[in-house]
Design a protein around this ligand. Structure first.
Ligand SMILES: *[C@@H]1O[C@H](CO)[C@@H](O)[C@H](O)[C@H]1NC(C)=O
Ligand SMILES: *[C@@H]1O[C@H](CO)[C@@H](O)[C@H](O)[C@H]1NC(C)=O
Length: 498
């Protein structure tokens, strides 16, 4: 009898300790993350720096695009946040919030105005000064290189530009090549605005059927060359890591039908597999090869070897989830879609929004992030991941948007999802909010606000003002405040301790 009681007791205790399903409160502090996990926030050169014609900088394709008729908003971004002049103030804000990492990008046209050749000393000075300021404050450097010749600069300027104090730099080569292929060369809604009829509006230059695949292919090759060079020449000294960035969505099948499930797999192959499959297996996924045929370039055996394993981590920009369904009426679709370039017909069903209505009204679905991380792990192995962008945008003309409780709610849910994914076995190493401050957003100009910090774009002095979300993030990072999320369904409201 005594033995039976002893066997029974632990089970009773366990039952008593298990939370009931009605009250699924999830509580944690920053201490619950791995000790080397980084929490940051980000900016991007063109959207942040301004000073477009100052100190020898030449225009970039985004300047041209923003001044062209193709730009859907009325702003040019020439001043942006005036970060070129205000970066010191911003590094102080970064420090005050308690961020451990700052993600920024390097403007090629500021550093090498002619594209190739001579380095602009003033451009170099700017990044040098900014990096030194960050290093002085103990902030980790997470730099994004949009343009791929940077290692040449590293070669020429190593030691001058890269202070030896920067050990463990995080380099991301290219931002979102998996979605930029569509935006820039298919629909023509992002610089340089290439498209061809009937896939974009008012197309003047481009070929939507072919160019997205060329862009994707050359991005992969260029990225992989950079990785090879970095590993060969700099990694040992710098002890840094190098990776690529992907735009990420959780894609749900619209229905349980086999067709929709297959459509979802195709969509995932195009979104993730277009990059990750070559990294792991040296080639594109079968479904892409089948859908795109000869328009998808093939890897030579040299290229295949170059691409395989060419990453230390993968960065994800993750905001939302969508539904995919099969389109059975292929005869009614333009030629390019018949070949199912995106593998499925993307559409958002909730709130009646379509994908093109970025950035407003997107689905808040933190479980989608967990699902994406699980999908990648199951399909491509437990690769190191940085969540490089996550955040909530508001289209807002209202001056008084400092009390951004909805942003806090969003961040809280996605940070919770990140921790849950880590506990589930995902190798997530960092999380970065988009954005540190309001910027010139690619879609929405000065009217789309993503910032923890508000920027007054109506005033040329561009004053910064931390929002409630900045204080909340700071409280989490610096004061060990508890986040508590009570959730039943994916869309349940959550209540936070802070
Ligand atoms: C795009 O390129 C393909 C292959 O070269 C060609 O067949 C097609 O006509 C081109 N389309 C346009 C709109 O130029
Ligand atoms: C942070 O808070 C948690 C939970 O309250 C506690 O266990 C932990 O010791 C705290 N850490 C620090 C550094 O105060």
């Amino acid at each position: 009898m005594g033995t039976r009681l002893l066997l029974f007791l632990p089970w009773l205790l366990l039952l008593l300790l298990l939370p009931s399903h009605a009250v699924t409160a999830f509580r944690f502090t920053v201490d619950d993350f791995p000790h080397d996990f980084t929490f940051g926030a980000g900016t991007a050169a063109f959207q942040y720096e301004g000073a477009v014609a100052e100190d020898g900088r030449s225009p970039s394709i985004w300047n041209t695009f923003a001044h062209s008729a193709r730009n859907p908003n009325e702003h040019s971004g020439d001043i942006a946040c005036d970060g070129y002049h205000k970066y010191k103030e911003d590094v102080k804000l970064i420090k005050d919030i308690g961020l451990t990492a700052y993600r920024f990008s390097i403007s090629w046209s500021r550093l090498i105005p002619d594209g190739r050749g001579a380095i602009n000393p003033k451009g170099l000075q700017f990044y040098n000064d900014m990096i030194n300021e960050l290093v002085k404050q103990g902030i980790q450097i997470h730099a994004v290189i949009y343009h791929l010749d940077l290692p040449q600069i590293l070669e020429d300027e190593y030691g001058g530009w890269l202070s030896p104090r920067i050990v463990v730099a995080h380099w991301t080569t290219i931002l979102e090549p998996n979605i930029i292929a569509q935006g820039s060369y298919d629909k023509g809604i992002a610089a340089p605005g290439h498209c061809s009829f009937p896939f974009g509006r008012d197309c003047t230059v481009g070929n939507s059927s072919v160019e997205p695949y060329l862009y994707l292919h050359y991005s992969l090759l260029a990225h992989s060359s950079v990785v090879g060079l970095y590993r060969e020449k700099y990694q040992v000294v710098q002890k840094g890591v190098v990776g690529i960035n992907l735009y990420s969505l959780c894609i749900y099948a619209l229905t349980d039908s086999a067709e929709d499930i297959q459509a979802t797999e195709r969509a995932n192959d195009f979104l993730f597999g277009s990059i990750l499959h070559p990294f792991l297996f040296g080639d594109y996924p079968e479904s892409m090869k089948k859908a795109a045929g000869v328009r998808l370039p093939s890897f030579s055996s040299y290229e295949s070897k170059l691409v395989t394993g060419a990453f230390d981590f993968v960065g994800l920009n993750h905001y939302s989830s969508i539904y995919a369904s099969n389109n059975p009426d292929a005869s009614n679709m333009p030629v390019r879609d018949q070949a199912a370039d995106v593998g499925a017909l993307f559409r958002e069903t909730r709130d009646g929004q379509t994908v093109t209505q970025y950035p407003a009204g997107r689905m808040v679905d933190p479980q989608g992030l967990e699902q994406v991380l699980k999908y990648i792990r199951e399909k491509y192995g437990n690769i190191g991941i940085y969540i490089q962008e996550n955040g909530r945008g508001q289209i807002d003309d209202d001056d008084d948007d400092l009390m951004d409780v909805e942003r806090i709610d969003y961040l809280k849910k996605y940070i919770t999802a990140t921790l849950k994914a880590i506990r589930d076995g995902a190798s997530v190493k960092g999380y970065s909010v988009w954005a540190l401050m309001d910027m010139y957003e690619i879609f929405g100009g000065y009217k789309a606000h993503f910032g923890l910090i508000r920027v007054d774009f109506r005033n040329p002095r561009r004053q910064r003002q931390p929002r409630l979300s900045a204080h909340w993030y700071s409280n989490f990072l610096k004061n060990n405040a508890t986040i508590q999320v009570e959730s039943g369904a994916a869309t349940a409201t959550s209540h936070a301790q802070i």
